[in-house]
Design a protein around this ligand. Structure first.
Ligand code: CP
Length: 324
């Protein structure tokens, strides 16, 4: 069965990117592919871009999308095997997921990590339970450790920007840690690293910059050049991807001391090769990124968020065609 949980589920990134850009050029080009099919969008956590862009993508393919905010409107689900359900969980995923599999042809799920138990989060207990019991293809709308629809969008956005600026050499791509007011998951950073490494064989000079103690899981970053000095990392960059993440090592911890000097500003941007700036959004202005960068000519963030539709459409089409 064709799931979309990570870059490992994609046979050819270049073909998927080309399909997404073809949908951008002509959103209705496969407008009946999903006729008579239903997409269930389950949210265990909040979302704006992922929810709306995936609904639009389904609509462009003639597929009906139904949103279920299971965290607010559904019964509390139990995920432990053999649980004695005498607490506040009302329904086991073993019972709920197969029913959703009867209602929907494709099930898409958003579920964040606890940031308390690394082993449990990195086992992807929740999304894997739906994979195990739903009996239909499952699409990640961001899981405990990865955000593949975002990362596909990011690759599309980089490719599109390179084509526009006629950049033909291998680009330097920098993923830089940014300050934040609360601990965030590692998902976007893990996933971006995984996709750039998979796409970037020969396509990108990939650098990750973060303070000591914020090393990501090596299984995602292997192949990237890791630096603790942000200014050094930014030198001659063509693309700068800004994102906060909490510590993987001291699991879920945020920076102890003031880290505001990691915020990307125009001064820092001047070290780059007039780099384009990316962020998955939502962004904390003047904490992660300064107003001047976000509102300036180098920011790709709105274009990037717009591209979420075409990434989702390419993935849904790939699943419906059975050739992701
Ligand atoms: N980037 C992203 O996933 O945005 P949302 O959380 O709003 O869906």
């Amino acid at each position: 069965m064709q799931h979309f949980l990570s870059v490992g589920d994609v046979k050819n990134i270049d073909i998927l990117v080309a399909q997404a850009l073809a949908f951008k050029a002509n959103p209705g080009r496969r407008g009946t592919l999903g006729a008579g099919k239903r997409l269930g969008l389950l949210f265990l956590n909040p979302s704006m871009r992922t929810r709306l862009s995936t609904q639009l993508a389904a609509s462009n393919l003639g597929m009906e999308a139904i949103v279920f905010n299971i965290d607010k409107e559904g019964w509390k689900l139990e995920f432990e095997d053999g649980a004695i359900m005498d607490g506040d969980s009302v329904e086991h995923v073993k019972d709920a997921a197969p029913i959703m599999g009867k209602y929907f042809d494709v099930l898409a799920i958003r579920t964040f990590p606890t940031l308390k138990n690394r082993e449990e989060d990195y086992s992807e207990k929740i999304i894997n339970a739906f994979v195990q019991y739903a009996g239909v293809p499952v699409v990640s709308l961001e899981s405990a450790t990865l955000h593949p629809l975002q990362s596909l969008t990011d690759i599309i956005t980089i490719e599109e920007s390179m084509a526009k600026s006629e950049l033909e050499r291998v680009p330097k791509v920098v993923l830089t840690w940014a300050p934040h007011v609360k601990p965030l998951p590692q998902c976007v950073a893990n996933s971006f690293a995984q996709w750039v490494n998979a796409w970037g064989r020969g396509n990108a000079d990939f650098v990750i910059a973060h303070p000591e103690g914020f090393e990501l899981d090596e299984k995602f970053t292997k192949g990237a050049h890791i630096l603790y000095n942000q200014d050094e990392a930014l030198a001659d960059a063509d693309f700068v991807y800004v994102k906060n993440w909490s510590s993987y090592k001291e699991y879920g911890m945020m920076a102890e001391k003031d880290s505001s000097d990691w915020m990307l500003t125009n001064e820092k941007l001047s070290f780059t090769n007039n780099a384009k700036v990316m962020h998955c959004l939502p962004v904390r202005r003047n904490v992660e990124l300064s107003d001047e960068v976000l509102d300036g000519p180098n920011s790709l963030v709105t274009e990037e968020a717009g591209n979420r539709v075409w990434a989702a459409q390419a993935v849904l089409a790939g699943i419906l065609d059975g050739i992701l």
